[in-house]
Design a protein around this ligand. Sequence first.
Ligand code: ADP
Ligand code: MG
Length: 347
Amino acid sequence: MSASVNFFKFKPTIKLLLLTIIVVIVSGCFPSKDLGRQEYLVQGNTMGTTYNIKVVGENIDTVKLQQGIDKKLKQLNQEMSTYIGDSELSAFNKSTSLSVVTTSPGLARVLNEAIRLGKLSNGALDVTVGPLVNLWGFGPEYRPETVPSDELLAATKARVGLDKLAFKNGMLSKSIPDLYVDLSTIAKGYGVDLIAEFIEDKGINNYLVEIGGEMRLKGFKHTGELWHVAIEKPLSNERAVHQIIVPKDNAVATSGDYRIYFEANGQRFSHIIDPKTGKPINHKLVSVTVIHPSSMTADGLSTAMMVMGEEKALAFAEANDLAVYIIAKTDHGFVEQSTVKFMQYLK
Ligand code: ADP
Ligand code: MG
């Protein structure tokens, strides 16, 4: 794909308070073909949210499938949840030792991708940002709902930075005793990849996997049609489809700062922190949607571009040949822009 001007402006549209990807399988206008296949739904809870999985095939034992899925997710949480006090990652965070520890393969995979995306995004995605996340009240600790002092902010910022984390060949160490690693920005995406791989290992090649809004799809619905995903308009008082996309065999991730925030002195504070300032992001970008083969990568990239803001995000998407769809707030309403690579997925 060429790196020329890759963006098209869409007309400003209806007010969007919140944009979220939802698992809407838009009913097709084609008659169902009888392919002898059935669609099965598997639902449950993980990582403080829900998962929804659709698999298509013949005589699938969903009870057994779900047992396998839950086992994978339990293991994931035990490796990297910051909400589980004795998880592998929590143990690393609690330890003040600077010596090297070996990591489980799962944690290693997520750390490698987190560090790679951190470098690629020039520090916009920073998994050591945890102390700042907690300071602003979005971590596993209590929520102060107040604005921290400049002194406390500076002291906390001094504890943050990917340069303080060393990871090579599965060997992990930190250069300051109180470094805190928070993988929550890509863990859901990783969970989606893990389940997609597990399902494929079982010989199922038509599926949709979703955890807390992060999604990955493959193949076809039981009717023989491609999976459709709806980007929805505001949840507040109407439920209308804003844009339908057909991501094919890919993952879809949306990052937005309208869902989780707090307000103080009339200002809205997002749960996404700009590591450069140490403060919650404060710009005109409403949401970033990324389509990519890996859910973990899409998840991390969408948050990274949310940190960057509109102009930098578009330049980054162009430079890295990414399929990206953004919504920004302007004086004239909301404006969507899409990279050329994303346009093939618009219905
Ligand atoms: P979104 O869906 O809006 O991208 P995510 O849950 O994927 O939200 O990521 C946001 C979470 O990541 C925050 O709740 C916080 O724990 C953490 N986080 C915030 N800012 C950053 C950042 N700059 N880099 C990495 N992680 C971050
Ligand atoms: Mg994200």
